[in-house]
Design a protein around this ligand. Structure first.
Ligand SMILES: NC(=O)C1=CN([C@@H]2O[C@H](COP(=O)(O)OP(=O)(O)OC[C@H]3O[C@@H](n4cnc5c(N)ncnc54)[C@H](O)[C@@H]3O)[C@@H](O)[C@H]2O)C=CC1
Ligand SMILES: O=C(O)C(=O)Cc1ccc(O)cc1
Length: 361
């Protein structure tokens, strides 16, 4: 299906990335945007990503086929309420929020069950705003959908095929299962990262600990730099599942504390053995292997030697690679190779060279 008319409310990291991915998959698409930051709107217009900025929901074009709510979760819920009586009947509605039960209940209460499908791309970063958005952010990432009972099967298929067309991997689940799952794999980890950094700040009287914090601390604490307002709203709208995960995590901390107090070497080793085995069994094929300011992603056919050709081109031009990763897209039999660099100059040089040799970004 050739989608043409989209409206986005919120053009930050996720809204901007969706707009860029849409424009890549559907170059003739017209995207209208309601976004309070005019600078982001102007930038997106000048880059040819969006068609126009809207001043109010009254200006949403009546021919909108798909409307995305891309602001923090509580504001998405409020926008849905305001939009309900004003939208043309053939517009499908979705959101990108990190919690799902709350907005699904709102949609049902507003009588929008047949037109609203909850959505949540399982990709992102600690950065915010349109300037951090990227057409590749959602590529090869799971995109969770939580349609309600009244959402027609045919419309679920439409949503799934749209998400596949922008490179995401759609996955349907219930709002309750969604909220419990993300409380464990996303919400609690963000809270742990933030409190771990707070622990360092409070313990670090002389400021030396901060200097010593190396790889492990940096890996586990990156997401502590995420948007405060976004996380405030996520925590309050997924209160019960998050409280349950905190309680379970507290029990685990108590267990390891007891093993250390009682000097039980087996208990300590067993924690690392069991967790390490499970961690190693995790699927790393979906999404974001590389997070870097200076990174590119290019399409490579899955044939032997592709990486050595690229590394030879770069090395022979004195461009140093910092990291390499492949996002396998098993359905299409090709991968997106992500390469990161130490400097912006190296990144720009790599783009020019690889473009010259016919690689597609
Ligand atoms: N950051 C991440 O990694 C991910 C975020 N999400 C969800 O996506 C949603 C958006 O998050 P981000 O794009 O990261 O945040 P962001 O802060 O980058 O973007 C939000 C945008 O909404 C705009 N906005 C806020 N209130 C507005 C209003 N009243 N009218 C018009 N525009 C308004 C802001 O100006 C901003 O540009 C949130 O619901 C979040 O839970 C989902 C997956 C990943
Ligand atoms: O940066 C990361 O690793 C994230 O985990 C980003 C993220 C934040 C919120 C979501 O709902 C989904 C993904």
């Amino acid at each position: 299906m050739e989608w043409k008319n989209f409206t986005l409310i919120g053009l930050g990291l996720i809204g901007g990335s969706i707009a860029k991915a849409i424009k890549k998959a559907y170059p003739r698409a017209k995207i209208s945007v309601l976004e309070k930051d005019q600078h982001s709107v102007e930038m997106a217009i000048s880059e040819g990503i969006i068609e126009k900025g809207l001043q109010s929901i009254e200006e949403i074009p009546s021919d909108t086929e798909l409307l995305f709510l891309c602001t923090p979760v509580e504001w998405n819920r409020i926008f849905l309420r305001e939009l309900a009586p004003k939208l043309s009947s053939h517009t499908l509605l979705t959101d990108v929020g990190s919690t799902k039960s709350s907005i699904m209940k709102e949609a049902e209460a507003l009588g929008l069950s047949s037109r609203f499908c909850g959505g949540h791309p399982m990709a992102g970063s600690e950065s915010s705003g349109y300037k951090a958005s990227d057409s590749l952010l959602l590529e090869n990432a799971y995109y969770l959908l939580t349609p309600g009972q009244g959402f027609p099967t045919e419309s679920i298929e439409k949503m799934k095929s749209f998400l596949s067309s922008i490179g995401s991997i759609p996955f349907v689940m219930s709002p309750e299962e969604h909220d419990k799952s993300v409380a464990c794999v996303s919400h609690l980890p963000h809270l742990i990262a933030a409190s771990l950094v707070k622990l360092l700040k409070e313990e670090d009287e002389k400021g030396t600990m901060k200097k010593l914090a190396a790889g492990g601390f940096k890996d586990i604490s990156r997401i502590a730099s995420s948007s405060p307002i976004m996380w405030q709203q996520i925590c309050l709208s997924n209160k019960e599942p998050i409280l349950q995960m905190i309680a379970h995590y507290q029990d685990l901390l108590e267990e390891i504390k007891a093993s250390i107090e009682k000097e039980e070497p087996q208990g300590i080793a067993e924690l690392f053995r069991e967790s390490g085995e499970y961690r190693n069994s995790m699927d790393s094929s979906a999404q974001g292997l590389i997070h870097s300011e200076y990174a590119i992603s290019l399409h490579v056919q899955d044939h032997p030697g592709a990486i050595s050709i690229i590394s030879t081109i770069l090395a022979s031009n004195m461009v140093s690679i910092r990291n390499l990763g492949i996002n396998h897209n098993r359905e299409k039999g090709e991968g997106a190779l992500q390469i990161s660099f130490y400097t912006g100059e190296d990144c720009e040089m790599a783009k020019k060279l690889l473009h010259k040799y016919g690689f597609i970004f």
